[in-house]
Design a protein around this ligand. Structure first.
Ligand code: FE
Length: 245
């Protein structure tokens, strides 16, 4: 009796083994099923990996509208500060310009003139304050004031007005919006610059390509801000070279 049971067991085992070898697929199917069972939970839950942001290349630029994710903040000073110019190439001191009727002293100390709800094209202007031989001036005072995007000055408060000081490398960084136009003038930003213990330079900054540059009789191309377009807005550079310092 015992011998008979053992014989039946071995026969059954042999039949099962032959069945597995005969199909040639039952083991892979079993493995696939096992893997599938392991992956089901992850496929039905949100992926922990952030969605891939599509890249923008010259190949897809003309054929596909691809949304570009832009940083929510303007470029940082470190990213945008230009190289110190080579004064041996004949750089001229920054020309003085009229103050105009809208200057107010005692402005808030701030590098950004942008306030919540303010309209206009974002604009960053950066650069150095330099001596006539192109040595950076740390701690130089800069006071900016301008019209808002509608061409209106705030003469009651300090909207679109602010002062700051250059950093230890003689650099400044201004966040603002492109000033609007008002009758009789081309687009401009007013500024006062003063090195520690030095004279005050009062001047204005201008923008290339403005129709009003031709008719504004105090426009000076030496005061043009070099502008480049970035996904965050317009990025301008201008270096102030202080005469007599
Ligand atoms: Fe003005």
């Amino acid at each position: 009796m015992t011998q008979s049971i053992k014989f039946s067991f071995w026969i059954s085992l042999l039949v099962l083994a032959l069945a597995s070898c005969g199909t040639g697929t039952s083991l892979p199917e079993a493995s696939a099923t096992h893997l599938q069972a392991l992956t089901v939970p992850t496929s039905t839950q949100p992926s922990p990996i952030a969605p891939v942001i599509p890249t923008y290349s010259s190949e897809n630029a003309l054929t596909q509208a691809i949304p570009i994710q832009v940083a929510p903040t303007a470029p940082t000073a470190v990213e945008t500060i230009p190289q110190i110019p080579d004064c041996s190439a004949g750089m001229q001191s920054t020309p003085a310009m009229t103050e105009g009727p809208y200057y107010k002293p005692d402005t808030p100390k701030r590098t950004s003139l942008v306030e919540p709800g303010m309209g206009g094209t974002p604009l960053v202007i950066t650069g150095y304050v330099l001596t006539p031989d192109c040595q950076p001036v740390p701690g130089a005072f800069l006071d900016f004031w301008q019209a808002d995007d509608r061409g209106v000055y705030d003469n009651a408060g300090y909207r679109m007005r602010g002062h700051q000081f250059t950093d230890e490398n003689g650099r400044y960084y201004l966040e603002t919006v492109l000033p609007g136009l008002y009758p009789g003038r081309t687009r401009h930003i007013h500024v006062k610059v003063q090195a520690p213990g030095g004279p005050v330079l009062t001047s204005q900054l201008f923008f290339r390509g403005e129709v009003g540059n031709q008719s504004d009789n105090i426009f000076d191309p030496a005061l043009l801000v070099a502008i480049q377009e970035t996904p965050q807005g317009q990025l301008g550079t201008f270096n102030f070279i202080l005469a007599g310092y």
